[in-house]
Design a protein around this ligand. Sequence first.
Ligand code: HEM
Length: 458
Amino acid sequence: MANIPQEKTLDNSIALLQEGYTYLQSRCEKFKSDIFQTRLLGEKVICLHGEEGAALFYDPEKFRREGAIPEFIKMSLFGKGSVQSMDGSAHRNRKEMFMSLMSPENMEKLMELVADNWENYLSRWEQTNKLVVLFEEVQEILCRAACAWAGVPLEEEEVRMRTDDFIGRIDSFGSVGPRYLRGVFARERTEKWLENIIEQVRRGELEAEEGTAVHMFAKFREPSVSGGEPEELDAKSAAVEVINIIRPFVAIAYYVAFSALALHRHPEYRQKLREGDDRDIEMFVQEIRRLYPFAPFLGARVREEFDWRGHHFEEGRLVLLDVYGTMHDARLWENPNEFRPERFLAWDGSPFDLIPQGGGAHHTGHRCAGEWITIGAAKVSLKFLVNMQYEVPKQNLNYSLKRIPSYPESGFTIRYVKRLDSDKPGGGNEKRSAFRGSVPLADRGACPYHKMKDIAAG
Ligand code: HEM
């Protein structure tokens, strides 16, 4: 049995915190290996990188999620009892609830809500000479759209606070100091808020429209662990799952901020995208998701011992998949650090190389339930951006690969905003039809990319 290359230092948690997104890939390069072993928070950890590493990581026979997410991350980012930590049939049942929200009609409804909110905000920006911090404003656009879609009442005066809480939770995941504490506080407040809404729906004091996430999780009955009658989800878990839809939807603001940055650094795309078709818009968004940082890595534990490429994996061993590094691997992506949306013309749709939201199958595996609506909302937002004119004053647009999660430091600030013409997205009555086709179109009911269909079917 071949030894797995090993980090010599006693514990590498500090190095990981200091190096951020590039920690795993730089070790793979040092060892010239797609697998290496390190020690994090006192525990031995195997790290996997690359397309084959991802394919292994997403084999549900080999890995489980229970016990893979550290408690301190559940305390801020995810909450307890969420789908992310489930396995087997319990995971499938819960995941199917999320996927049932992703019907073409329902996704289209969400895209229209996103477009309507963009429209309102754009009108406001046009009427002011003040600076507009795009990252913050887009968070609100997305929060309003997601709450309306999920059936969560949102009072006008609470929009910023709720948005801040969702962002605070996301912003906490790579930190140990005040950012983390803010995330814990935000988790408590959002869970209380949503728990109360679920209870009101159950008592009949609040009406939730059928087909919304609030209605679905309030009424959801899960097979009981003791084998008896299916049981109502406790209000807290139902709240956690509704939040599991709104919070990551607000996170799409990171991709929109990076889209604005990419347009700023590559202005030749403005015209191309205005004149191009939906495919051009989609390729640009795919390149944003590939190039810019969001999830650095993912974790799972070995179910039962097995061997892979001559390496032994012991039962219970924690394994990390290098998400960021795999999308910056020159063997998979030519000149990986260059922004080149056209690379997606030749992309074969592998479920294991473009993995910003996880890999493998959406319905049966842990791949992100919201990947299609993420692409869709990023596309709607990009259409607005390219059909707007604005000035980008001097500011700090750098983003650090040492900070998890990262975003342009200034939040991408603009001013003197104007829509370009009224018959394009961002203006006029054609707006709704202009947004048809924002969700990845290949097969919205099943999987957007052909290879995934085979995997989901298998
Ligand atoms: C910026 C946008 C987003 C990013 C970067 C993102 C990223 C991810 C990642 C990395 C995972 C983990 C995959 C794994 O464990 O293997 C995940 C899972 C998940 N995401 Fe997203 N996501 C985003 C948006 C969304 C949206 C809009 C939703 C709304 C439905 C959503 C719902 C979920 C759920 C429910 C899971 C758990 C899936 C499971 O464990 O089976 N995400 N996401």
